[in-house]
Design a binder for this molecule. Structure first.
Ligand code: AHR
Length: 500
């Protein structure tokens, strides 16, 4: 059985925004300290940044990094992290001491080394709207006032020109310290936005939103005029309390209606006439949530053994398999299909925890999800184009983590083309655990070179680890494209077919 794909590069659906391949870095466990920032490690540079991590980020062309949280930010005061003297503080969110040796200046320096945009999330939990706008002063005012002078005194003569800012993290959640009601939120965001925009009207502001009318409608009604973005977050396989990753089939069940929250947000924006003014920043997403028991839910852990040590389970590389890669490719395809509205996405997180890169003292492990970003950032065209298949797409019945059965599409496809050259690049995911899939392309032209890039491992549960590289990208020259050419997609694989 095969699927005929009719692709017409002239039927452009939108721009494939590079900002969809962004990342997130939080002061949690080993993401910052021991992750990107590891002074004293022989692999670190003169500023204490891991050069192997930076090179890996440059290879997948990371376009933007959101920092410093996440829940962490809701009790973070940015002035603790700048200046010659850094005072360690007790991080009330994750209940550990933060040395504050990595702060705003280090974050911006890291982004400059990678060549990506800094995106700062502000403290709308215990912080004030003035503290938020002072942070904009510190980063973006050339020299006026005490905070720009503070930045200059700290060695940065030129303003950082941080373009992307968000008000708050998940202030809607009971787990967030300093959580707000919907009414409080709409008012706080409006007042914070005015202050921050008075400091620098050129910044692009986002605010924590939900695919929920009660929370987001008031936000849009009251603050829509100030916002360029609204932020959505989603994790599908929830593991904060129990570290029991969903198996491959259950992970595929989560691909069902993977962009449901975008559909709902689109409806709210459209109902208020804001769909062409406000974009969606899906600025935390991952198949699986992070594991951090006994801090998000009451009663909180008392012994460190009950709430701190279990975080090391996030470093178990065996739990980063083709399921994570296949799901991530489906998510990115879905966001690209919504490229008229979703213009930023941040994988949560980038380094360690459930990130694409895992660091250890002597090197890094490129987990399965890292290679998805390599394919999407480097092998696809800059335009999303139309794709049609006359036959019904194949489906697969899978059992979810809750034991329920779901019918999901076996294939997940996205067609792209380039603005500056002929040809197409097709993102083609075969979710099926056992069966290969065949596609036949019907393109307007023949005679171009066809190359298949396949991300896969020997098994659906293959993973990479220290001294073990089972998952990677293989390149196959398929010769010249001919009408009716059949391409086989292996089971549990992420593929990009280029015909250029
Ligand atoms: O599990 C990590 C947390 O997930 C982030 O800090 C927060 O933004 C989200 O709830």
């Amino acid at each position: 059985m095969f699927l005929t794909l009719e692709i017409d590069p002239r039927r452009v659906k939108g721009v494939r925004d590079p900002m969809l391949y962004g990342h997130f870095l939080e002061h949690f466990h080993r993401q910052v300290y021991g992750g990107v920032f590891d002074p004293g490690n022989p692999l670190s540079d003169e500023d204490g940044f891991r050069t192997d991590v930076i090179e890996a980020m440059k290879k997948i062309r990371v376009p933007v990094i959101r920092w410093p949280g996440g829940c962490f930010v809701s009790t973070y005061h940015w002035t603790d992290g700048v200046g010659k003297e850094r005072t360690p503080v007790f991080d009330k969110t994750w209940r550990v001491e933060d040395p504050n040796t990595f702060g705003t200046d280090e974050f911006v320096k890291l982004c400059r080394k990678i060549g990506c945009e800094p995106y700062i999330c502000t403290n709308a939990g215990t912080g004030s709207i003035e503290e938020m706008s002072d942070w904009v002063e510190y980063c973006n005012l050339p020299s006026e006032g005490r905070f720009a002078r503070m930045r200059i005194a700290n060695g940065a003569l030129e303003p950082y020109r941080v373009k992307y800012w968000s008000v708050g993290n998940e202030n809607y959640g009971h787990w967030e310290l300093g959580a707000k009601s919907a009414g409080e939120w709409a008012r706080l965001v409006g007042e914070a936005a005015k202050l921050m925009l008075h400091v620098d009207p050129a910044i692009e502001l986002s605010a924590a939103a939900l695919a929920d009318l009660d929370w987001t409608y008031g936000l849009l009604k009251n603050c829509g005029q100030y916002l360029k973005w609204i932020s959505l977050h989603q994790y599908w396989d929830m593991m904060p309390e129990k570290h029991e990753p969903a198996d491959y089939e259950a992970a595929m069940a989560y691909t069902d209606r993977i962009d449901r929250s975008v559909e709902i947000a689109r409806g709210m924006l459209t109902s208020l006439g804001l769909e062409n003014k406000i974009s969606i920043a899906f600025d935390e997403w991952n198949l699986r949530s992070w594991h951090h028991p006994r801090v998000h839910s009451f009663p909180y852990g008392t012994e460190k053994e009950s709430y701190l040590s279990p975080r090391d389970k996030n470093d178990d590389n065996r739990t980063y398999t083709m399921a994570d890669a296949v799901f991530s490719a489906c998510f990115l395809n879905a966001m690209n299909r919504n490229c008229d509205l979703v213009r930023m996405a941040n994988f949560s997180p980038l380094v360690n925890t459930r990130g694409a890169i895992m660091t250890y003292r002597d090197g890094i492990v490129l987990r399965s999800t890292y290679h998805v970003f390599d394919l999407f950032a480097n092998k696809l065209g800059d335009k999303v184009v139309d794709l049609f298949h006359p036959e019904p797409a194949p489906t697969w019945r899978v059992k979810g983590k809750d034991g329920g059965e779901k019918k999901v599409g076996t294939l997940d496809l996205l067609a792209t083309a380039w603005s500056d050259r002929k040809g197409i690049a097709l993102s083609a995911v075969n979710k099926h655990a056992q069966e290969a899939a065949e596609i036949v392309l019907a393109l307007p032209e023949e005679g171009r070179r066809a190359t298949l890039y396949t991300l896969n491992g020997p098994d659906k549960d293959s993973c990479n680890d220290i001294g073990r590289n089972e998952v990677g990208i293989t390149e196959t020259d398929l010769g010249l494209y001919r009408k009716g050419m059949k391409i086989t997609l292996p089971p549990h694989s992420v593929n990009v077919l280029q015909i250029v």
